[in-house]
Design a protein around this ligand. Structure first.
Ligand SMILES: Cc1cc2nc3c(=O)[nH]c(=O)nc-3n(C[C@H](O)[C@H](O)[C@H](O)COP(=O)(O)OP(=O)(O)OC[C@H]3O[C@@H](n4cnc5c(N)ncnc54)[C@H](O)[C@@H]3O)c2cc1C
Length: 431
């Protein structure tokens, strides 16, 4: 292909499609290259998609996008071996436009998003792998694909190639990710009739709920599990830092089986039929792992830039926002026909001023604090369950005695000072 484009986007995930849509809508000539059979075929997500960020790209998208359920209830569970401490929030406002978030299947959603891109003029080429960036005088001027005559040229290449970002690595933007910079996640889609889902999760017709689970479900490793309701499927999954899975020799499917058989989870999914299984990495390095984001003729967005907030399970929103920022920067650069690093660094400024940098910076030590102190998952979460059990078991002991026992559970095997310090450190990282 000898044609030259204004922009080449590598990867048709939500980040790449957000960039492509925004640029094409502004009249730029854009091509998206995707290695999968179709957009979404390689993409994995629980998946909760955030309305606000999607509506900034396509207002009123919910009117025709393939969405599963608007989420009106979000729960947080701290699990013990045979117990759980639950908290949550339900809001009927979230059942109405403009909604808060939705569950989606990325296989369907990304195809719809790609169709929207085509409608505004994007060219999407599937089943094509970008092997490398083409350089001229230290500037990226295009990409080399695995197709015969597969070189494509453009003023700017947008790397939206996901968590591994082999292209970013080959440009020297980042090194091979360490095992503690990524989490390995596995999930399953379980088929269940919609009325059964509503009955089990106490939902009105068509409405959805999420459960994020910490504690026993990750066998003491730093990670989470989740249960999300779709129209007639339940998504269930879990993930933990790859470093810890490797160290503990835990196989991902073993972890998922453990969760599915946990007494707090089993009744929720009983009778459902497993129909899809996925495994994927999630960037977990956060603020400290953000790679180089721009250079002459190239911009990095989405998971390729490590834009994931694991504490709040946000990734798709950061992907879409960074894609939009990259597009706005390229549209501006087109005005002056200047695609050098200094002009494209406007993208870095937008990222720095946005919630992306602010949130990633806020939680920059959360993952390492939890990884370096196994007590958070191995001691404090089980102890919290024990403490609640203590207080709610009516056995003739006075409440003052129970309070003393709770302190004993929380400080078991450590001094009061260590326990207070551990709890203070954690609150400081996640507050
Ligand atoms: C199990 C799981 C659950 C998650 N749950 C949530 C959730 O509930 N909410 C949320 O907001 N986020 C969630 N995330 C994170 C979210 O999925 C990502 O942050 C988001 O998909 C990032 O989008 P992206 O476009 O940057 O990357 P991706 O969606 O990974 O897209 C990258 C694309 O690039 C293509 N590609 C890669 N290399 C090449 C190449 N060389 N040539 C051509 N194409 C290439 C891939 O095929 C892929 O289509 C979850 C992630 C996982 C794994």
């Amino acid at each position: 292909m000898s044609e030259k484009f204004d922009a080449i986007v590598v990867g048709a995930g939500v980040a790449g499609l957000a960039a492509a849509y925004t640029m094409s809508k502004a009249g730029l000539k854009v091509i998206v290259i995707e290695k999968g059979q179709h957009p979404g075929s390689k993409n994995v997500m629980g998946g909760v998609l955030y309305s606000h960020m999607m509506a900034e790209i396509i207002p009123d998208f919910w009117k025709d996008a393939p969405l599963e359920r608007p989420i009106i209830e979000q729960n947080l569970w701290i699990m013990g071996k045979e117990s759980v401490v639950k908290t949550g929030y339900k809001d009927m406002e979230w059942s109405k436009a403009p909604y808060n978030n939705f569950t989606v299947f990325r296989g369907k959603f990304d195809q719809w998003f790609a169709k929207k891109c085509v409608e505004v003029g994007t060219l999407i080429v599937n089943e094509t792998v970008v092997k490398e960036c083409i350089m001229e005088n230290n500037k990226v001027i295009g990409v080399r694909t695995d197709r015969p005559d597969g070189d494509i040229l453009a003023d700017v290449v947008v790397l939206a190639d996901g968590v591994n970002s082999l292209l970013g690595k080959s440009l020297g933007f980042h090194k091979e990710w360490r095992k503690d910079q990524v989490a390995l996640c596995v999930m399953e889609e379980l088929k269940m009739p919609s009325d059964k889902i509503e009955e089990r999760f106490n939902l009105d017709k068509g409405m959805g709920a999420t459960i994020e689970i910490f504690g026993d479900t990750t066998l003491g490793m730093v990670g989470t599990a989740f249960i999300y309701t779709n129209k007639d499927h339940i998504s269930i999954g879990c993930g933990a830092l790859l470093s810890q899975m490797y160290e503990k020799r835990v196989e991902p499917y073993e972890l998922l089986e453990y969760i599915k058989n946990h007494p707090m989870v089993k009744p929720l999914i009983a009778g459902s039929q497993p129909c899809e299984y996925y495994a994927h990495l999630i960037p977990e390095g956060g603020y400290k792992s953000i790679p180089k984001l721009v250079d002459d003729g190239v911009i990095v967005i989405g998971d390729a830039a490590q834009f994931v907030n694991g504490i709040h399970r946000e990734g798709s929103n950061m992907g879409m926002t960074s894609g939009r920022f990259a597009a706005e920067t390229i549209i501006r650069a087109k005005g002056t026909s200047d695609f050098t690093k200094s002009t494209l660094s406007n993208y870095e400024d937008l990222i720095k001023e946005s919630y992306i940098t602010k949130d990633l910076k806020k939680y920059k030590n959360a993952s390492s604090t939890m990884e370096n102190n196994g007590a958070y998952f191995n001691h404090y979460m089980p102890a919290l369950n024990k403490s609640v059990s203590e207080m709610l078991t009516v056995d003739g002991e006075s409440k003052s005695k129970k309070q003393k026992l709770i302190v004993k559970h929380m400080t078991k095997g450590r001094s009061m000072f260590t326990a207070a310090l551990d709890i203070f450190k954690m609150l400081k990282e996640v507050k």
